[in-house]
Ligand binder design. Structure first.
Ligand SMILES: *[C@@H]1O[C@H](CO)[C@@H](O)[C@H](O)[C@H]1NC(C)=O
Ligand SMILES: *[C@@H]1O[C@H](CO)[C@@H](O)[C@H](O)[C@H]1NC(C)=O
Length: 128
């Protein structure tokens, strides 16, 4: 990025420039919110093709939410997979029905994206 390169190649870094940059940052009266997934949880077993309600705790939702639109992705082995179970729903709804994707049997987790991403417990998906 050109802007970053210009900064790092400049030896003089006046404090005035820094404070200007800080002041220029947008002031958002909104709160980061990453709801905690309550289902599926440890011990849950899903079968490919079934439908289930993913649920999450909305009791600690702040008044103003930075990103009110949720996305649920699948993960395995500490990696978020390019498999989206649902997107475009309200993070305040507390549940969203998803279809278990066609994946190999194994241990998985969900990643719930509000602002950054809450990882659910690991649970099991069976392919039959
Ligand atoms: C998900 O929850 C809604 C509302 O409670 C319900 O109508 C629906 O049948 C549920 N879906 C499943 C798969 O349990
Ligand atoms: C929420 O946003 C509204 C409108 O931007 C603002 O007036 C209010 O103070 C905010 N509330 C909180 C708790 O941040």
């Amino acid at each position: 990025m050109k802007f970053t390169n210009a900064l790092t190649s400049t030896f003089v870094f006046p404090a005035a420039a820094l404070s200007t940059m800080t002041a220029a940052a947008p002031l958002e009266p909104r709160d980061v919110y990453d709801p905690r997934v309550t289902y599926p949880h440890t011990g849950t077993v899903w079968i490919v093709g079934q439908r289930h309600n993913v649920t999450w705790d909305t009791s600690d939702a702040p008044v103003n939410i930075t990103n009110p639109i949720g996305t649920i992705k699948l993960g395995a082995n500490n990696i978020i997979l390019p498999i989206t179970l649902a997107t475009g729903f309200s993070v305040l709804s507390g549940r969203h029905e998803v279809t278990v994707p066609d994946v190999d049997s194994g241990e998985y987790f969900l990643v719930f994206f509000g602002d950054s991403g809450d990882w659910s417990d690991t649970f099991t998906i069976n392919s039959s």
